[in-house]
Every structure is written in structure tokens, then in C-alpha cells.
Design a protein around this ligand. Structure first.
Ligand SMILES: Cc1ncc(COP(=O)(O)O)c(C=O)c1O
Length: 510
């Protein structure tokens, strides 16, 4: 008989013993995260002095870091050192207060804490049963947000405290919100046509203004709509680049006249190029005549509607089928957090529900709970409700409104600077915190010369590393976008950016 040490059932230490490798050792978790939190806090202290745009060449990281994975362990300090020396210099710092490009991706201590805790718990709340608190927190946070946005109760979930008929879900991106609602609208239209399968697909038509985010056209493609049936309706300065309801009516009627089936209209509140606002109520009235689904994409500007003075942009929302907005853009909640609301939650689950044997459970069978997997593409899902709840719980509505208002006030200040300098023009009215402006043609300068001057201005500004501005084309003109809203931004950053813009313009105009 062998000794205990050599017995196959012996519990003595072996190279494969769990004790030799404990990736979730609580003391290591504490030590690593303290280092990570110190890094984050230092990052926010110093990011202002870092170049907003990195100055690195494609492939630079492969040259700096080992090309093959290490076989042996290293101290976590080595990993953090490589993060500091190789990764940080290659980042575009959206957290910098000198970042004025695109739309801001706002953030806050409460959101980061929520995201960190959600990552630590690693919840996968596909069904209510998989984590009741995760589902209920998401429902609660979404219902709180409907109240901040003063959305009709029809968008709220049916719970013990709210008697809504709708439903909400937190997705990763607006693109996903578009995709799932397009699929639901597609299936509903096919069912109405009595079609089995996709045989009537070629008759279904979708509509949006030409200013709609390009991701809408991608989502239509993914949802199987015929590219020939995707109507991109031209807009112009007469509607400040918003969708003209009369044109929409004409296009929809023309489609019906040839036997096509209007299925879905996407209206945007705050377009990406120029912050145009499509008239939600008028569009909903027209779409209803044709039984088409209306989705409102308020990815960026939706957050402003927590302030009463901006809420009119959603007038008529009670008549639409769905709306999505992204607190990861402007409501101090880190990526990813897109809130999708539908007036009738069943219209999503009718298309997206799955019910495999291994996920069957009493709670689902009871019909009393929401299984959020049935309102999204995937099955697994992050505990995103925690961070948005922590933001609303910690800061309160008044502070969140203050945050939106101060960004808008800074954008107005910038607008006044631009208006006071007659070398510039403001191209479209400012609706939120985005100012679209450009050097205007003067003297013998043509429109093309002005475009070139603006291009040069942007390049020179961005090369300094002191600011980052993006551009767009509106009505064939090259436009600079100045988006206020990065969470660390203060008036002084806007003033020094303007100072730099003025001086750089002088060097170009000379
Ligand atoms: C109005 C609007 N819609 C949609 C999108 C695409 O959003 P996502 O990247 O979340 O899919 C954006 C991105 O900036 C946007 O501004």
C-alpha cells in the first residue's frame, strides 16, 4: 500500500493545485484594483496636459509590446507599467477637457464604480431567474429615466409601482436598438400581409432623412431590407436639415401606389452632422396613416430632455413605437448604455424570443417576469442597469439637469465668440451643445477656397494636440464641429480653444 503522499487521492500540493494559481484571490483583487483606481484617478488629474490625439504610427503597439504571449507570470506592476508607457500614448483622450469632436462620451465616478462592480459580479442576467436583481434594477432604472424624460407611461414596464404597457431594455448601442426594432417592425408587417417566411420582404420599405446616422442603413441591411427599398429623403436648409413631413408623406404614398408596404420610419432628434431635429409628432401622424413603425433615435440629444426647456423636441412621442437614447453620450454614464423603450414590449419579444429547454424556469412560466434576452440580439447580457441607476441615485435629477445646462451654456458662449468674429459663419442653428461653424468665403475666396481653408484650420488645430475638433459636410460645405460636453470641461477650456482657433485662423488667412 502506498503512503498518503503517493496515493492518487492525496490532497498534497501539486503543480496543478488550485492554490498555485488563484486569479480571484480577494487580496490580489484588492491590491490590483487599488492600483487600477490610482491609475484612473491620476489619469483624470493629468489628461488635460496630454495631447488629445496620439502621435503614433499604425502597428506601433506590436513593435513596443511582446509579439507572443508570456508563458510565465509577471508582477501586476509590469502590466501597469506597459499600460502607462505603451498604451496611454496611443490613446485618443475623449476624457480630455480639450476634446470637442463628435459627441462627448461623458462619464462620472458613480458610473465607473457601477461598471466596475458589475464587472466584478460578472452577472449574466439573460432571464429574470438568472439574476432577479439585475433584471429588476434595469427595469427600475429605465422606469426612473422615463420619469426624468417625461415619457408617457405607455413606455414604462408593468410592475408593482408602474402600470405601463411597454418595456425597456438597455443595449450596447443605438445600432442594436435600430436593428431589433427593424426586425420587430419587419415581422409585424409580414404577419399583416399574411406572409409565411420572407417571401413578401421585397415589398417592405423603410424611411429616414438623409441626415440619419449611417448605422441606420447598416441596420436595415442586417434586417434583410432590400437596398432598393430604403428611402433616404433629402433635407435642406429650409428645414434646418430636419425631415420634411410633407416629403415623407409624398414618398410613402408613392410607394403604396405601386403596391409597396411602408414598414418603418426612423426620426432623429439631434442628428450627428448638425444636430437637426426631425419633427417627431408630425412624422408619427403620417406613419400611423400607413401603419408603419416609428422609431426615434435620440442617441445624443435625448439626454437634454431631462430639462423641461428641451422636452418639446419629443412632442408627439406618445404616438411613436419606440425611442432610444444613449446615456453613454451625455448622461454621465460610461459606455455602453443605450436605453431602448418600446410602447408594446411584446412586439419585440414576438420576434426575438427564444425558449430552449435549458433556460426554462418557473418564473418565466408564470408570465410575471421580464426576460430581457427576448428584447435583444444575444442571450448573455451585462449588468448595465447598475451604473445608470448609480448615476441617477447618486447625483439626483437636479445635478444632472445642471450638467446638461452648463454644457449648453458653454456652447452658447462659444457661439457668441464665433458670431463676434466676421471671418466666420454659423452654418446651422445651435440646438444643443454642438456648434457648426466655418471660415466663410470673403473677398475673392470661392466656396472651394473656403472649404480648403477650413480643412487646413482643422488639421493645424488638431496637430497642436491642444484641441480636437471634427468636421462634417452640410449642404456641400466643409464644416467644423465644436461639441461641448466632455465631463472635465470648464469655461476656460472653451475660451482657450477659441483663442487657438482665432490665432490659427489668422495664420491661415495671411
Ligand atoms: C444620432 C446618432 N445615432 C446613432 C449613432 C450611432 O450610435 P452607436 O454607435 O451607439 O450605434 C450615433 C453616434 O454618434 C448618433 O449620433
Amino acid at each position: 500500500m502506498g503512503s498518503l503522499d503517493t496515493h492518487p487521492m492525496s490532497f498534497s500540493a501539486s503543480p496543478y493545485d488550485k492554490a498555485a494559481f488563484e486569479p480571484l484571490n480577494p487580496e490580489d483583487v484588492r491590491a490590483y484594483l487599488h492600483k487600477a483606481v490610482d491609475f484612473i484617478s491620476d489619469y483624470y488629474t493629468t489628461v488635460e496636459s496630454m495631447p488629445v490625439l496620439p502621435n503614433v504610427k499604425p502597428g506601433y503597439l506590436q513593435d513596443e509590446l511582446s509579439a507572443s504571449p508570456p508563458t510565465h507570470s509577471a508582477s501586476f506592476d509590469v502590466t501597469m507599467k506597459e499600460l502607462r508607457t505603451s498604451v496611454v500614448p496611443g490613446m485618443m483622450h475623449r476624457a480630455s477637457p480639450n476634446f470637442f469632436a463628435f459627441f462627448p462620451s461623458t462619464n462620472s465616478a458613480a458610473a465607473i464604480a457601477g461598471d466596475l462592480i458589475a464587472s466584478a459580479m460578472n452577472t449574466v442576467g439573460f432571464t429574470w431567474q438568472a439574476s432577479p436583481a439585475a433584471t429588476q434594477m434595469e427595469v427600475l432604472a429605465l422606469d426612473w429615466l422615463t420619469q426624468l424624460l417625461r415619457l408617457p407611461t405607455t413606455f414604462m414596464n408593468h410592475t408593482s409601482t408602474s402600470h405601463g404597457t411597454g418595456g425597456g431594455v438597455i443595449l450596447g448601442t443605438t445600432s442594436e436598438a435600430m436593428l431589433v426594432t427593424l426586425v420587430a417592425a419587419r415581422d409585424a408587417a409580414l404577419r399583416r400581409s399574411g406572409s409565411v417566411g420572407l417571401s413578401h420582404m421585397t415589398r417592405l420599405v423603410v424611411y429616414a432623412a438623409d441626415q440619419t446616422h449611417s448605422t441606420f442603413f447598416k441596420a436595415c441591411h442586417l434586417a434583410g431590407f432590400d437596398p432598393a427599398n430604403i428611402r433616404s429623403i433629402p433635407t435642406g436648409p429650409e428645414t434646418n436639415y430636419g425631415l420634411n413631413p410633407t416629403k415623407l408623406l409624398e414618398v410613402m404614398q408613392a410607394d403604396v401606389d405601386v403596391g409597396l408596404v411602408p414598414t418603418y420610419v426612423c426620426a432623429t432628434v439631434g442628428t450627428t452632422s448638425s444636430n437637426a431635429v426631425d419633427p417627431v409628432g408630425a412624422i408619427a401622424n403620417i406613419a400611423t396613416m400607413f401603419n408603419a413603425w416609428v422609431h426615434v433615435d435620440a442617441a445624443y440629444a435625448g439626454s437634454t430632455c431631462i430639462c423641461p426647456e428641451f422636452r418639446h423636441h419629443l412632442d408627439g412621442i406618445e404616438h411613436v413605437d419606440s425611442i432610444s437614447m444613449s446615456p453613454h453620450k451625455w448622461l454621465l454614464t460610461c459606455l455602453d448604455c443605450t436605453c431602448l423603450y418600446v410602447r408594446d414590449a411584446h412586439r419585440l419579444s414576438d420576434s426575438l424570443e427564444t425558449n430552449p429547454e435549458y433556460l426554462k424556469n418557473d418564473a418565466t412560466e408564470s408570465g410575471e417576469v421580464t426576460d430581457l434576452k427576448d428584447m435583444q440580439v444575444g442571450v448573455g447580457r451585462r449588468f448595465r442597469g447598475l451604473k445608470i441607476w448609480m448615476v441617477m441615485r447618486t447625483y439626483g435629477t437636479a445635478k444632472l439637469q445642471e450638467h446638461i445646462r452648463s454644457d449648453v451654456a458653454m456652447a452658447k458662449m462659444f457661439l457668441d465668440f464665433v458670431r463676434a468674429d466676421n471671418r466666420f459663419e454659423v452654418v446651422v442653428p445651435r440646438n444643443f451643445a454642438l456648434v457648426c461653424f466655418r471660415i466663410k468665403p470673403s473677398g475673392c475666396m470661392t466656396e472651394e477656397d473656403a472649404d480648403e481653408a477650413n480643412r487646413q484650420l482643422m488639421e493645424k488645430l488638431n496637430k497642436t494636440g491642444k484641441v480636437y475638433l471634427a468636421h462634417t459636410m452640410v449642404g456641400d460645405k466643409f464644416i467644423l464641429q465644436f461639441a461641448v460636453g466632455s465631463s472635465l470641461q470648464e469655461e476656460r477650456h472653451v475660451k482657450s480653444a477659441w483663442d487657438l482657433i482665432e490665432k490659427t485662423t489668422s495664420t491661415i488667412m495671411e
